[in-house]
Write a protein that binds this ligand. Structure first.
Ligand SMILES: C[S@@+](CC[C@H](N)C(=O)[O-])C[C@H]1O[C@@H](n2cnc3c(N)ncnc32)[C@H](O)[C@@H]1O
Length: 318
């Protein structure tokens, strides 16, 4: 894990256009900051998806097409705190469905918190948390004979480029059997006055979250980033439908990262690209899904049409 972190930070900061992978936001401090982000008035995504899960859990479960009496795996990729998933778990338990809940997350800290809260709030649910990269763990579950439903919520997929998302969904499909389902939560394209504040809030929680990448490099890789020397700078246009976050060097500076044994120079105004948050339409999603074995079978929206949860089904190959 540390070696991969070192390799990816070195590659990103050595590139002509500097970048860092967003998955490294999530250490214990990053998890806590992300929980705060989800509770911010500007972060409409969580509220919109929670509304869908609260109001439409029964219809979602019908669309997922579980057969009564079949024991199935409910797998969640990048589960986080499971706030929305617990709504689904409640309804599944109410109807006495039989399943294992398998949340997967790269953050051991967030998985512990989630497992504890499910055990406290819904003690009858069988929880089998798995820590690590979701694709690696999903591949290891392929040969398990239970039917599967995979949850990928919170517009997590928006952190990928469309090409990466297509490849990701292709791999996801290959790790499922025909008839298995995916519940994919995506943020919809809308105007900048709604989207941008979610990445640039009044309390500066998103700024601290973005800077947490540099703080983590300082702590884990013996870096000497001066956090005050970088400004948080998100961008979004409705035409493109893609929000991007950057950290902008406020003056010319050189940073040393001890564990890499290298120095990196930043000119005044130079940007580090830290996160993409793609917004979708059904048409864009259909294009992304075209080369995969997954097809849309249902769509659920919140009352403001900010967010969509799509049920996808793994098809038979010809
Ligand atoms: C933006 S949060 C969303 C959490 C949750 N899905 C939701 O909708 O509220 C992303 C979560 O995915 C996890 N994550 C990011 N990249 C991952 C990866 N490659 N493998 C496993 N977990 C990952 C993070 O640790 C974090 O908990």
């Amino acid at each position: 894990m540390l070696e991969q972190f070192i390799r990816e930070v070195d590659a990103g900061l050595s590139a002509v256009q500097k970048h860092l992978p967003s998955k490294y936001f999530y250490d214990a401090r990053g998890d806590a900051l992300f929980s705060k982000i989800m509770a911010m008035p500007e972060y409409y995504l969580t509220r919109a998806e929670l509304e869908i899960f609260t109001e439409q859990a029964e219809a979602i479960i019908t669309a997922l097409d579980f057969h009564a009496g079949d024991y199935f795996d409910l797998i969640e990729l990048g589960a986080g705190d499971g706030l929305k998933t617990k709504k689904l778990l409640q309804v599944l338990m109410h109807h006495q469905y039989q399943f294992d809940f398998i949340p997967i997350d790269i953050s051991a800290n967030v998985l512990d918190i989630l497992a504890q809260s499910v055990m406290t709030d819904l003690p009858e649910v069988v929880v089998k948390p798995r820590q690590g990269d979701y694709m690696a763990i999903l591949a290891s579950l392929k040969n398990d004979h239970h039917p599967k439903a995979v949850l990928f919520l919170g517009s997590n997929m928006g952190n990928m480029s469309d090409t990466q998302a297509s490849k990701f969904l292709q791999e996801l499909g290959e790790n499922l059997n025909p008839g298995d389902s995916v519940l994919l939560g995506v943020d919809l394209i809308k105007s900048a006055d709604i989207v941008l504040p979610a990445y640039n809030d009044a309390q500066h929680i998103t700024r601290d979250f973005n800077l947490n990448l540099l703080r983590r490099i300082n702590r884990e890789l013996e870096g000497d980033f001066d956090l005050a020397g970088f400004a948080h700078a998100p961008e979004y246009t409705e035409e493109e439908g893609i929000a991007r976050s950057f950290l902008v060097s406020q003056h010319a500076q050189t940073v040393t990262i001890g564990k890499i044994g290298k120095q990196y120079h930043f000119s005044k105004g130079e940007r580090i690209f830290t996160e993409v948050s793609r917004k979708y339409s059904r048409e864009i999603l259909e294009e992304i899904l075209a080369p995969t074995d997954l097809r849309i079978v249902a769509e659920f929206n919140d009352s403001q049409h900010y967010f969509a949860d799509f049920v996808l089904r793994r098809e038979m190959r010809d």
